[in-house]
Design a protein around this ligand. Structure first.
Ligand code: ADP
Ligand code: ADP
Length: 226
């Protein structure tokens, strides 16, 4: 059975003036350990789909299944990274990554090694006692990625995570993300409006149409990587 399965997922936003059909009839399945990219123009419903996957907003039609369980409309085991990581300025890098552990009252001591491993994974071991203001934008985003993984979620959802970074840093982060994916075996869903970024990152790219968002095509990318 697939790890994630969407069956006819749709979303209509009711506003004062009109109903906005943001998503229509999204059907897809994602296997455990896949890195899948959803690409499409601005406004096609990518963020809406991600918020549905994260359980942050309900779908208005269809079903969402996770690990063989229907999770439509409920919160579940995901880590989420948005365009810019909102870090707490008075917490160190290590304490920022500890946040989900603090929130879930899992105990810092028991999780210290995990968190340090995550900081190593994102290349920030030497910065664990620094404060966010001392870090570059790319480094802050890496703190956000480590934090999203701190509670060991089954799925990592990333919504234009490098969109606010300059082109060179973004390319570097994409290489780093591939390395993280290859070593962590996480199931990652990555959203972008950049086709080159999508093709670089993923083996499978889901292309969406402009409003209302529908799946136009699912491309299997089979390029040799250096
Ligand atoms: P919630 O508090 O349920 O998360 P939002 O913060 O997403 O809702 O949006 C609050 C209201 O702002 C919505 O009901 C909608 O009318 C309006 N809104 C938010 N984002 C958009 C958007 N991208 N396009 C149009 N209207 C929006
Ligand atoms: P994308 O992430 O691809 O840019 P979104 O999921 O943010 O697309 O938005 C899809 C469509 O739904 C857009 O037309 C947007 O204006 C609309 N929309 C998003 N959020 C809301 C909201 N809370 N209320 C009303 N309309 C919204």
């Amino acid at each position: 059975q697939p790890f994630i399965r969407a069956l006819g997922v749709g979303k209509v936003y009711g506003t004062k003036d009109e109903d906005v059909i943001a998503l229509e009839d999204i059907n897809l399945h994602i296997d455990q350990g896949e890195l899948v990219v959803i690409v499409g123009p601005s406004g096609c419903g990518k963020s809406t789909f991600m918020r549905i996957l994260a359980g942050l907003t309900p779908a208005t039609s269809g079903e969402l299944w996770l690990k063989g369980e229907q999770v439509t409309g409920s919160r579940h085991d995901v880590g989420v990274v948005f365009q810019s990581a909102v870090l707490f300025p008075w917490r160190t890098v290590l304490e920022n990554v500890m946040l989900p552990i603090d929130v879930q009252k899992r105990g810092r001591k028991q999780n210290l090694k995990r968190v340090k491993d995550l900081l190593a994974l994102v290349g920030l071991s030497d910065f664990e006692n620094r404060y966010p203001a001392e870090l570059s934008g790319g480094m802050q985003q890496r703190v956000g990625i480590a934090r999203a993984l701190a509670h060991d979620p089954a799925i990592l959802l990333m919504d234009e995570p490098f969109g606010a970074l300059d082109a060179m840093t973004r390319d570097h982060m994409n290489v780093e993300l591939q390395r993280l994916w290859a070593t962590s075996h996480k199931t990652i869903l990555f959203i972008t409006h950049s086709i080159p970024e999508a093709v670089f990152l993923a083996d499978r790219v889901i292309v969406m149409t402009p409003r209302p968002g529908r799946i136009a095509e699912i491309m299997d990318i089979d390029l040799p990587r250096e």
